[in-house]
Design a protein. Structure first.
Length: 258
C-alpha cells in the first residue's frame, strides 16, 4: 500500500487518460471514481481549453477541478475563468513572429476560438467536439489565453523566436505543433494558485514537466524522454496499465495517508 500525504490526484488528459482524442476507457473511469469515493480530490489538467475537456469527460466527475490551456484557464464548481491571457503588446509581437514564418494557428479565448489552419489538420478533430463554442476572427476574442501554431515555414525557428518574447513554449515535435502560453503559465503554476501543493500527478508529455517535478508521486504514462528525471514510476500508454496504477491510489485513502 502506498503511504502518501497528498489528498489530490491530478491527471493530464491526452496521451495519459485519453488515447483516441475523444474518449476515456471505462477501466480508467472506474479507477478514478474509486479514488473519489475514498476521499481523493480529482483535478484534470490539460493543454485543451475547458470547453474541449467537457466532451471527453462526458459528464463524469462533476465535482472535479479543471485546469485548461496548460494553466491559463480554471474551472471550479463549474465556473470557468481565465487565469492568464496574452497582453496586447505580447500578442502583437507573437503575431508578427507567426506572420514572419507564414504560420497558421488555433487561438483560444476563454470559450470561443479562432482558427486559420487547414481543415484536415488533426487538431481540428479535438476542437469543440461538443459543439459548445463559436469559431470567430481573432479580433473577436475578448482575450487570448492559448495559442497553438499548427503550421509554419520553420517551426523550430518560430519556437525559438517566441521563446525570446518571454512566452511559455512547448514544441511538440511528434505532432509538429508549437503550443504557446502567456508568460510563465503552466499547469503546476495554476495548481499552486488554487492552494494545492501536495498531490499525485499523471502525465505524458513536455507540458507536464513541472507538474510531475513537484508531485509527491509522479507517474509518467509512456516514455517521453523529457520526463526521465522527474518520474517516480512509468507505466505503459495503455488503458489497463493506467487503470491499474490509479487503482493503487484508490486503496490509499486520505485518512490512511495521515
Amino acid at each position: 500500500m502506498l503511504n502518501l500525504r497528498a489528498r489530490t490526484v491530478v491527471f493530464d488528459i491526452d496521451g495519459t487518460l485519453c488515447f483516441d482524442g475523444r474518449t476515456i476507457d471505462d477501466r480508467i473511469l472506474s479507477a478514478i471514481d474509486a479514488c473519489e469515493r475514498v476521499g481523493h480530490h480529482v483535478v484534470f489538467a490539460s493543454a485543451r481549453p475547458v470547453r474541449d475537456l467537457l466532451p471527453v469527460l462526458d459528464g463524469a466527475f462533476p465535482s472535479a477541478t479543471l485546469i485548461g490551456g496548460n494553466g491559463s484557464l480554471v474551472s471550479v464548481d463549474g465556473r470557468v475563468r481565465a487565469r492568464a491571457a496574452f497582453d496586447p503588446t505580447g500578442l502583437g509581437a507573437l503575431l508578427e513572429a507567426v506572420e514572419r514564418y507564414k504560420g497558421t494557428y488555433l487561438a483560444d479565448g476563454p470559450w470561443d476560438y479562432a482558427y486559420t489552419g487547414p481543415a484536415d489538420h488533426p487538431i481540428r478533430s479535438r476542437v469543440d467536439q461538443g459543439d459548445l463554442a463559436s469559431r470567430v476572427d481573432l479580433a473577436e476574442l475578448p482575450e487570448v489565453v492559448k495559442f497553438l501554431v499548427v503550421g509554419a515555414s520553420g517551426m523550430a525557428e518560430l519556437a525559438e523566436a517566441v521563446r525570446g518574447l518571454g512566452l511559455t513554449v512547448n514544441h511538440h515535435l511528434d505532432e509538429a505543433i508549437v503550443d504557446i502560453g502567456p508568460g510563465s503559465t503552466t499547469k503546476w503554476e495554476a495548481l499552486t494558485s488554487l492552494g494545492i501543493d501536495e498531490y499525485v500527478a499523471f502525465g505524458n508529455d513536455i507540458n507536464d514537466l513541472d507538474l510531475l517535478r513537484n508531485a509527491e508521486r509522479a507517474v509518467r504514462v509512456g516514455a517521453h524522454p523529457s520526463l526521465d528525471d522527474v518520474a517516480h514510476v512509468t507505466v505503459a500508454a495503455d488503458p489497463e496499465a493506467v487503470a491499474a496504477e490509479i487503482s493503487l491510489l484508490a486503496r490509499t485513502s486520505p485518512t490512511d495517508a495521515r
